[in-house]
Design a protein around this ligand. Structure first.
Ligand code: ADP
Ligand code: MG
Length: 318
């Protein structure tokens, strides 16, 4: 879907920000690019929609070189969400979302319908929010609008550059959860830049770890946790001593008891989630449900997790 072939970016000062990158992002994939500040994440992302020109190599989207696309067509078909909330302050929420559909000359009725559907999708009541201006929304709500604005004209690809890093931890977690749920429904190709490994492990189908303009490792969250290629990845993940996740889940899962089902349903993890992610959920909730593909199959309580971790470290209670 998005193919990088030997892509290099040299800035004017001759600094190599991205060095001979080869990479293929698949259709419908949630692809996270992660690495320390200055490693070239934003540069890599912005080359996809030609906000930054390549110095060398080729990027293709659906087999066609990005340089062969009409620039407007390319940009309109790639949604883009920035770290800093970037809504137009003088325009209403509805007008902000409608920017690209307007440029694409959709009908007024079609645009209105789309705006309503998108606001509904992220839990912002259209009647209440459409006519408001950005400064009448919280930071989290504004960034929600930023996300649906990128989806407005139904692009195939969405680029997100640390979209939640300016938010408080609670809003960030909520928006991550909502984005995951949204992605299950829309199945777009998402390229998401992050500097937070917990976020990357939570969101990514695959994660690309970068360092100094180069790719260190590409893999699923499981690959990175269990088979980090080197100390850099291992330290970045910070969970080097954890054994397999399946093993963990089985160790801590408890059968569902009567009266607990509702609570468990509100906050759930899956049998594929990483231990760091489960710990993060348990930091916020006394207990979480565990789902397989479709069903709640049990719960994990804070208590059972603490016992497990203590046993793991060889601690005793006396
Ligand atoms: P990241 O998003 O991972 O923090 P960037 O892609 O923004 O990294 O930057 C990669 C490197 O390129 C950094 O060393 C940065 O200082 C440099 N850089 C970024 N933009 C420019 C620019 N316009 N001119 C010169 N150097 C730049
Ligand atoms: Mg950046």
């Amino acid at each position: 879907m998005i193919a990088f072939e030997n892509v290099t970016k040299r800035y004017a000062n001759n600094q190599v920000a991205v060095n001979a990158i080869n990479l293929e992002i698949k259709k419908g994939e949630f692809f996270v690019i992660i690495g320390p500040s200055g490693c070239g994440k934003t540069t890599l992302l912005k080359m996809i929609n030609r906000l930054i020109a390549l110095s060398d190599g080729t990027i293709r989207i659906n087999g066609k070189r990005i340089s062969d696309y009409n620039i407007h067509e390319l940009r309109w078909n790639i949604g883009y969400v920035l770290q800093q909330i970037a809504l137009f302050p003088h325009m209403t929420i509805a007008e902000n979302i409608a920017v690209v559909p307007e440029m694409k000359k959709w009908s007024a009725a079609q645009i209105q319908q789309r705006v309503q559907a998108l606001l509904d999708m992220v839990g912002l009541e259209p009647d209440k929010y459409s006519k408001r201006r950005p400064n009448e929304l919280s930071g989290g709500e504004q960034q929600r609008v930023g996300v649906v604005r990128a989806l407005a004209a139904d692009p195939e690809i969405i680029l997100m550059d640390e979209p939640f890093s300016a938010l408080d931890p609670i809003s960030r977690t909520k928006l991550q959860d909502d984005l995951l749920e949204l992605q299950r429904a829309i199945q777009k190709t998402i390229v998401f830049v992050s500097h937070d490994m917990q976020e990357a492990l939570k969101l990514g189908d695959r994660i690309c770890v970068m360092r100094e303009g180069e790719i260190v490792q590409i893999g699923t969250p499981q690959d990175l946790i269990h088979h980090p290629v080197n100390d850099f990845v291992q330290q970045f993940i910070g969970v080097k001593d954890y054994p397999s996740n399946e093993f963990h889940i089985q160790q801590v899962i408890e059968p569902l008891e009567e009266g607990q089902s509702l609570h468990a349903l509100n906050y759930s993890v899956t049998t594929n989630d990483s231990l760091p992610f489960i710990l993060q959920q348990l930091a916020q909730h006394e207990c979480v449900g565990v789902k397989n593909e479709t069903d709640i199959i049990g719960i994990i309580t804070r208590q059972s997790m603490l016992q497990f971790l203590a046993a793991e470290r060889g601690d005793t209670n006396d």
